[in-house]
Design a protein around this ligand. Structure first.
Ligand code: ADP
Length: 494
């Protein structure tokens, strides 16, 4: 049968409605790319209280019903909004979702279980949409994979619904005390669910459930898909990835290439392109002024943009930042996170006026000015499922200096001094001085070999980080779960 595959994409975040991190970028961009690749996609999200009024006022009420969650009998509404050509469904329950922030509450286990059950239940209510693929993302939606098999089996409507579960960050698994199994999920009398959801210590782990119940597992980069099979990266679930490696795929995320385009980005003081970097020089001069750094075009400027947490390798930076700043180099940091790092970088900026600046805040426009102005981005992550900052940096001709892990390894090609090839710099070991040496040799190249540097900038800007490539890979995976359906796009192209 020749038709489009129908994909219900479920996530707790999607730009422009909800974004607290990289998942929001993916939830916003991937469905559009899947649509372009020939799928019929609908996106289902919680109707969080943080969604801007300009969106909520345009939503229409599709339906509502009662949802059973263990002993609870709950209101569940579905609101609909078509935005930018994509149909979004918002799960409405004000008690659970109308709060000041999306997560971080004592009842998150219950809220996300409600959302997950609502995703499954909604499949009955979506007009003209017989779901083929339920694509779940991270622990917030993980229990839907379990509910789907344990509570909806036997209903013909659900017979052909296949599940794809994408791990964006294995660090966050949704792990709770054992009583959750009965009191919230209502699955204590289902032996298979109990054994697959529970860990050896008796705790309930939503992500473990999805990893065992889903038809296909994906991670957000090929290298991370290999890494999660090892004890170091596997966060105690590595054995599942090893057992299920035949259905495990790593697909590199993309970025919004229209948004991060130095030729059109309105956040920049001057636009530029790979054939004319004069605008980038202006961006650098303006940023140096804005951040109080010495105004010198020849000093290499390195930036760090992101969450200030251990994951991002900040203990390495903290260890050698004073040594690095003894070199002819500037470092500017933008981020929020662990208080210890916020203070450490703020103090460092005070110790090195004119050479180091720290902005402890979340500011998207400033991040774009920094990506465009900098010569280098330092990203020495301990682990990195994909990472977007390095790809955004490259699209502005800013060369990333990364540790060879996860998506950093898959997206940055290290400089080869003999061929001049590369899109950045990398080092292998989690070692502060190895990082420092890599940063300082990159800085030296910047100062001493402008031609080689310009070539690297052009290489970086020529990389294709659009979502189209990843969307094709997801489509192939969906297709493998529904071999009876002939892809719609191929047939129309012929
Ligand atoms: P993660 O998802 O692990 O936080 P990613 O690199 O995948 O890291 O994505 C982080 C995204 O958030 C990037 O788009 C980055 O530019 C943005 N970001 C992170 N911190 C800040 C900040 N303080 N101000 C503005 N943007 C930020």
């Amino acid at each position: 049968m020749r038709r489009k595959l129908r994909v219900l994409f479920a996530a707790s975040e999607a730009e422009p409605f909800i974004k607290t991190g990289g998942l929001g970028d993916v939830g916003g961009s991937l469905p559009k790319a899947l649509k372009n690749a020939g799928c019929e996609v609908r996106v289902i999200l919680p109707k969080f209280g943080t969604i801007a009024e300009r969106y909520t006022e345009k939503m229409t009420h599709l339906t509502d019903f009662r949802l059973q969650l263990a002993w609870r009998d709950l209101y569940c509404g579905i609101e609909k909004l078509v935005e930018d050509g994509i149909t979004y469904y918002f799960i409405d329950n004000e008690y659970y979702f109308k709060r000041e922030k999306p997560y971080g509450y004592g009842d998150d286990a219950e809220r996300m279980a409600f959302f997950s059950k609502a995703i499954c239940e909604s499949i009955k209510y979506l007009p003209d949409f017989k779901c083929d693929i339920l694509h779940l993302n991270d622990w917030h939606t993980a229990s839907a994979a379990v509910f789907l098999r344990e509570c909806y089996q036997g209903d013909p409507l659900y017979e052909n619904v296949k599940t794809v579960f994408t791990v964006h960050n294995l660090k966050f698994q949704g792990q709770y005390a054992n009583f959750i199994l009965g009191d919230i999920l209502g699955l204590h009398e289902v032996p298979a669910a109990a054994s697959q959801l529970c860990c050896d210590d008796g705790s309930v782990n939503y992500m473990k459930g999805a990893l065992l119940y889903s038809d296909i597992l994906t991670t957000v980069s090929p290298t991370y898909a290999q890494e999660v099979k090892t004890g170091f990266f596997g966060e105690k679930l590595d054995w599942i990835f090893r057992d299920r490696e035949s259905v495990l795929y790593g697909i590199l995320n993309g970025i919004d290439t229209a948004k991060y385009d130095p030729e059109t980005d309105t956040a920049l003081p001057q636009n530029f392109s790979a054939s004319d970097f004069s605008g980038k020089a202006k961006c650098k001069a303006e940023l140096q002024k804005e951040l109080g750094l010495d105004q010198d075009p020849d000093i290499p400027l390195a930036v760090m943009i992101g969450r200030l947490t251990d994951q991002k390798g900040l203990d390495l930076v903290a260890h050698v930042i004073d040594e690095m700043l003894e070199d002819n180099l500037q470092i500017a940091i933008l981020g929020t996170g662990d208080k210890v790092y916020e203070k450490l970088f703020a103090d460092c900026a005070e110790r090195h006026p004119g050479k180091c600046a720290a902005r402890i805040m979340f500011d998207a426009a400033l991040s774009q000015r920094m990506y465009s102005a900098a010569d280098m981005l330092i990203m020495p992550s301990l682990f990195e499922p994909c990472g977007l900052a390095q790809m955004i940096a490259m699209s502005y001709g800013t060369l990333p200096i990364v540790r060879e892990t996860g998506g950093l390894k898959d997206s940055v090609k290290a400089y080869n001094q003999f061929t001049g090839e590369g899109t950045g710099f990398s080092f292998a070991n989690y070692n502060a001085h190895e990082m420092k040496d890599t940063v300082l040799s990159a800085a030296a190249l910047y100062r001493e070999n402008k031609a080689a540097w310009t070539k690297l900038m052009q290489n970086a800007m020529a990389e294709d980080f659009s979502w189209d490539r990843s969307a094709e890979d997801y489509c192939k995976i969906y297709q493998s779960l529904h071999p009876e359906v002939t892809p719609w796009k191929k047939s129309t192209k012929k």
